[in-house]
Design a protein around this ligand. Sequence first.
Ligand code: NDP
Ligand code: MG
Length: 379
Amino acid sequence: MKKISILGSTGSIGTQTLDVVSMHPEQFQVEGLAAGNNTELLLQQVSQYKPRKVSVSTKDLADRIRPHLPATTEVFYGSEGLIEVAAGTDADTVVTAVMGSVGLRSTLAAIEAGKHIGLANKETLVTAGHLVTSLAHQKGVKLLPVDSEHSAIFQCMNGERREDVTGITITASGGSFRNLSREELEHVTVEDALKHPNWSMGSKITIDSATMVNKGLEVIEAHWLFNLSYDQINVLLHPESIIHSYVEYCDSSIIAQLGNPDMRVPIQYALTYPERWPSPSTRLSLTQVGSLQFKEMDLERFPCLRLAYECGRMGGTATTAFNAANEVAVSRFLNRDISFLQIEQIIEGVLEQHINSSVPDINVIEECDLRSRELALKL
Ligand code: NDP
Ligand code: MG
């Protein structure tokens, strides 16, 4: 029996994680679920999966749902509540699927409590990769990637010697606007941006895919997860999202992982590693796909990816500022406060004023996150 908790259970990754649980009901016990504001869905999840602890964003919401919870389920709220669900249950593995750097403290708390991490919340690694990876190392805790590209790379490295790896290539679908020129991006709308060609995901990551910030976050995520230098991490445009990523070895062999786009596959692998369990996911037929396309990444067309590499190479709080600026810019775009192209202008503006701190502790990280957010709101 695998005991798990999910941070962000009402989101895209959270609900798909529960789908995986439902496919193997005898094998999983859900110990904790943390949501934000979607109490209606959380209550449905509670009645189906019977967690011992749940959390919501505010005291008010906690008070409102308490009368509807079974006697065996306790409710918590706010960042303390998130930490309680992350670290205060019997779960062996915690799936971190909240959106944004708000997941940092709870991820660290889960690791501190010795829980393995099914890591979806990439913003946490981008914000404070050195803190998360060193604590995981110290506690002997596994960081199992949920992100499809990182799961692919992880799978392609299974049983290989790390010193034989020469580099990795992360594939990118190109997002909603992959066929548009920079001029055509001037007038795109929120609705256009939310139409991802291959994946159905939360709104923030869908916008991140269109700006290519998502690939930038993934490059930084890969740097921390696989201990690779930025020169060893490449990005390749691959519109079909069939090859999820690949690893190149010193003998010139390339090992890739393929499949139809379905997040339930990498989510399940993170939960069952090193085993593989059956999945109802549609089987890939290469004859049906027919052909696969690849194109070199254009950093002029996608400047946010260039900025991510620059911040990654700089290290310290540069990636914290990059992430915080982007989170605010995307939220402003979704609220129709700024245009699509202003997302990258805001990130660039925040980075121009950023003063880098090279080996920051958690307080310095949080201060930088806050300051970058304030600035991104003003620009
Ligand atoms: P969603 O927006 O769909 O879901 C976010 C979840 O986080 C919701 O459950 C939301 O709760 C919860 N949440 C948000 N803010 C808080 C908060 N302050 N406290 C507690 N809970 C909060 O996002 P996704 O599932 O798409 O993405 C989650 C993470 O996974 C992101 O880091 C993303 O980059 C990563 N990821 C996602 C992929 C995907 O296919 N979706 C693929 C690879 C990575 P509520 O809705 O109840 O308010
Ligand atoms: Mg991904």
